[in-house]
Design a binder for this molecule. Structure first.
Ligand code: ZN
Ligand code: ZN
Length: 88
């Protein structure tokens, strides 16, 4: 498999997807990236900054915890204690 040449959709800089990377995306069944590594990194960082933290209650013991899921999301969130008990 030859390295794949791509042009970044964000900054139009050319970049390569090397063979190992192609194999990785194939294995994980992921689409090839459309952005160069720098732009991907920048986007990842900005996404992380936008991530909010919410105060909500543990769905098991009702203790107040900090979670990335809002209280009205349909995810079940456990405090650390209950989480470890749950998977143990
Ligand atoms: Zn770029
Ligand atoms: Zn709990």
């Amino acid at each position: 498999m030859p390295d794949e040449k791509k042009v970044c959709k964000t900054c139009t800089k050319p970049f390569l997807i090397i063979e190992q990377e192609q194999a990785f995306y194939k294995k994980k069944d992921l689409p090839r990236p459309e952005n160069c590594p720098e732009c991907r990194q920048k986007r990842r960082l900005s996404l992380r900054n936008e991530r909010r933290l919410y105060k909500r209650k543990c769905d098991k013991c009702q203790k107040e915890i900090i979670s990335t899921y809002s209280p009205d999301s349909k995810y079940i969130v456990y405090c650390q204690e209950c989480f470890w008990k749950h998977i143990g």
